[in-house]
Design a protein around this ligand. Structure first.
Ligand SMILES: Nc1ncnc2c1ncn2[C@@H]1O[C@H](COP(=O)(O)OP(=O)(O)OP(=O)(O)O)[C@@H](O)[C@H]1O
Ligand SMILES: [Mg+2]
Length: 359
């Protein structure tokens, strides 16, 4: 039995605008299927459940946002997909099917062929990924040489076209520049050029615009939007920005303390969130066009790994928590074909949360 019905009048914040590139509902096999992904400290260490039972799909051509506060496991999840987890942690359960192949069982060599080939990557800090001792032309050309076996001269010609494609002026001259001779926005464009050099099917971008100023952020997102349209690219986008989610993405995966709280098409998040954590995230964003004296923040903080509650991980911070029910583990439950929640109260129909946008 779950406790009695309750209505919550959420949430100001970002609004879901109509997205011209919003894809039709997907059918068929997903391009990327992450199933039961569990990441921990291996080697018999105390189980900490850094990331536990994470399951979601990315379909061809669609953009999926991975959101949640700092430390919720977004980067570990995206690094695990690409076999790039830091040495201290490892995948202890689950599968990551990309185009039908389980990336978790691939050898390092196979993964190197997939990364930069059918799966491109862009990270927050371009300088941590670009090689400071190589010209940007050679770095982009190297991707094509490695994956497509092109000769240097051919690959450099392609690199020049790629620089033009990502909006870098004077591409011929820029081929010979070193990363430190470029601005942060230009470096990020170079990263994107390298990521799309072999026409990937999937781009994984971990906060690709966070380090950039607002105008440049908008330009980079516009570029990603064009690339999505032109290459029919699927995108897994890690972001803190609900405006970016509303503008750019089709589906959202909300993570909290290593669990998925909710999975939903974007509009569902803004119109009718299905987890109190999603609702709290919406409330934490200032309403556009309205002055606010103070920003609502979610009370408390994400528990450190190893200190997760045994029941609902959000329970200690949840304003809808009912102790006797929510201190028990909550199952990841399907509500409809495309919506899931890990809140038993919502799944049981005892709690309805209203979104930032009225339906
Ligand atoms: N190498 C590591 N060893 C041990 N714990 C780690 C390691 N890397 C990350 N963690 C822990 O795993 C949890 C999730 O980290 P992760 O970097 O995935 O968070 P995130 O959601 O990407 O946060 P942010 O928004 O700040 O980037 C955090 O508690 C973090 O302290
Ligand atoms: Mg991160």
């Amino acid at each position: 039995m779950t406790p009695g019905p309750e209505q919550h009048n959420g949430a100001g914040g970002a609004t879901a605008r109509s997205r011209p590139d919003n894809q039709p509902r997907p059918g068929g096999e997903p391009l990327l299927a992450v199933k039961g992904l569990t990441i921990d400290l291996p080697g018999g260490a105390v189980q900490r459940g850094l990331v536990e039972d994470v399951t979601f799909d990315v379909h061809k051509g669609r953009a999926v946002a991975l959101i949640g506060e700092s430390g919720c496991g977004k980067s570990l999840t995206s690094m695990a997909i690409l076999g790039l987890l830091p040495a201290a942690v490892g995948v202890v359960a689950g599968s990551v099917l990309f185009d039908g192949v389980d990336l978790l069982t691939c050898t390092k060599r196979q993964l190197r062929r997939i990364r930069g080939g059918p799966v491109g990557m862009v990270f927050q800090e371009p300088m941590s990924s670009l090689n400071p001792t190589m010209t940007v032309g050679d770095q982009i050309a190297e991707v094509r040489r490695l994956h497509l076996g092109e000769r240097r001269s051919v690959a450099l010609k392609q690199a020049r076209e790629l620089l033009e494609r990502v909006g870098i002026p004077k591409a011929e001259k820029r081929l010979r520049s070193y990363p430190h001779e470029m601005s942060g926005g230009m470096q990020q464009r170079v990263m994107i050029a390298a990521a799309i050099a072999c026409e990937p099917k999937l781009l994984i971008a971990d906060e690709p615009t966070t380090a950039l100023d607002v105008t440049i952020q908008a330009e980079i997102l516009e570029l990603l939007r064009d690339l999505r349209r032109d290459l029919d690219l699927a995108v897994l986008l890690v972001t803190h920005d609900l405006g970016v989610v509303a503008d750019f993405c089709d589906d959202v995966v909300v993570m909290y303390a290593g669990h998925i709280a909710e999975r939903t098409p974007v509009d569902g998040l803004f119109y009718e969130p299905k987890h109190p954590y999603s609702s709290a995230l919406l409330s934490a964003v200032p309403q556009s066009g309205r002055a606010r004296t103070s920003l609502t923040v979610i009370r408390g903080r994400v528990p450190s790994a190893g200190q997760f509650p045994t029941g609902c991980r959000f329970q200690p911070r949840c304003e809808h928590s009912v102790d006797s029910f929510c201190t028990r583990p909550q199952a990841d439950t399907a509500l409809t074909d495309d919506r899931r929640t890990r809140c038993g109260r919502v799944a049981g129909g005892d709690l309805t949360l209203k979104g930032a946008v009225r339906g």
